[in-house]
Design a protein around this ligand. Structure first.
Ligand code: SF4
Length: 395
């Protein structure tokens, strides 16, 4: 074994040891995860996976996003199709009614969601919007027992308290990028405004959820800066989104340190966040399907949660495909309550394997063509984006 490889193995062991204790790695080590090709990817993922398993076992938490108000936002966030600066042809709508929000929450619960995340476009909610959301949060919790998370832009402590009093569990407010890079993506509010919102939510007793969007033209140092900021804040939930380029937005090319985001680079980013924030719920956010592609299952080693059924403005893979990926990779879907019947049957079939797995409607289709005497079995056109066709003579 070469000395370079021995050196890399020792470093990975040190990082894993630190993470198992809940300690962070040094900034220079974080940089080398992204830049040092002598650190091999699979051993890196394995080391990050050890840390994840220590703090979260093999569980994967499923979140479902619901945009409860879309578009017409006066802010100019360059990555967002709802911004006044975007020409993206999105569907704009006013704040959803109580009935619409409850129906969506029920769908999320029936899809096996552990947490129901509501997102409002705009700079920040008015008093009336806070009242409306507070009422919805109370009902979602009472009727469906779901944990709730709200993303509502900038908030002061008084508004955060009204949401906390209604039973909101968590406030999402992403830092998105570093302080240095912030002016490149938005000019209508500042990085300090974002930090103040996190501080207000914490003072009101809300759990924090805050992450970033990777690939908005930032450098590696910017990414690392965000990872340590979130650690300073002891943020327990970190969504790591990868920019989904939307035509019409100001920021429309996904690039990190001048490079395209390959699946390997995306995996390194997730490992970096695991090693800097070992005890945090690291979530694979938007862009999972496009940037990780066939490597999505590997991302479950550093990360321990994900979204299903799409993001705010873009589609994602569906719940069944995602659940199949999780189970096939040897992880468990974490639910607080019982599985909805249909999903419970689906999961049992997946775990049963063998011929039962071919009864699952999304993954099995056997076509007999007597004329050609050819049997085609098409397997798994799912979350991995893979389609395997087996052709052979019919028996
Ligand atoms: S404040 Fe929110 S909705 Fe408005 S442009 Fe920025 S990210 Fe989009």
């Amino acid at each position: 074994m070469s000395s370079t490889r021995i050196h890399a193995d020792e470093r990975l062991e040190q990082w894993a040891e630190a993470g198992l204790r809940g300690a962070s790695i040094a900034v220079a080590d974080a940089l080398s995860i992204l830049t040092d090709e002598s650190i091999p990817l699979l051993p890196l993922i394995h080391a990050a996976g050890r840390v994840r398993e220590r703090h979260f076992g093999r569980d994967v938490l499923i979140h479902q996003l619901h945009n409860v108000q879309s578009g017409a936002c006066p802010e100019d966030c360059g990555y967002c199709g709802q911004s006044q600066s975007s020409d993206a042809p999105i569907q704009a709508y006013r704040l959803h009614s109580r009935e619409e929000i409850l129906a969506e929450a029920q769908r999320a619960r029936d899809n096996g969601a552990y947490r129901y995340c509501m997102v409002l476009s705009g700079r920040g909610p008015s008093d009336e919007e806070i009242d409306h959301m507070a009422g919805c949060i109370r009902e979602v919790k009472d009727r469906f027992g779901l944990r709730t998370c709200l993303s509502a832009g900038l908030l002061d402590e008084a508004k955060a308290r009204r949401l906390a009093d209604a039973g909101l569990d968590r406030l999402n407010h992403n830092l998105n990028t570093s302080e240095q890079h912030y002016g490149e993506i938005c000019t209508t509010h500042t990085f300090a405004d974002r930090l103040n919102t996190l501080a207000a939510a914490r003072a009101a007793g809300l759990d924090l959820c805050s992450g970033l969007i990777v690939g908005m033209g930032e450098g590696f140092e910017d990414l690392i800066d965000v990872a340590y900021r979130l650690r300073e804040f002891e943020v327990p939930s970190i969504p790591v989104n990868f920019l989904v380029p939307i035509p019409g937005n100001r920021v429309r090319e996904a690039a990190l340190a001048g490079r395209p985001i390959t699946p390997q680079l995306a995996l390194r980013v997730l490992c970096l966040f695991r090693f800097v924030n070992p005890r945090a719920e690291v979530r694979i956010g938007a862009g999972r399907e496009g940037h990780l592609r066939s490597m999505q299952a590997l991302a479950l080693h550093p990360a321990n949660s994900l979204f299903v059924d799409g993001y705010l403005l873009t589609r994602g893979s569906n719940t069944r495909d995602t659940i199949a990926m999780i189970i096939d990779a040897g992880f468990e879907v974490r639910l607080d309550g019982a599985w909805p019947d249909e999903l419970a049957r689906f999961v049992a079939q997946l775990k049963g394997g063998g011929s039962a797995a071919f009864d699952i409607d999304h993954s099995g289709e056997v076509i007999r063509d007597d004329r050609k005497r050819v049997r085609n079995a098409r397997l798994g056109a799912g979350a991995m984006g893979a389609e395997l066709t087996i052709e052979g003579a019919a028996t």
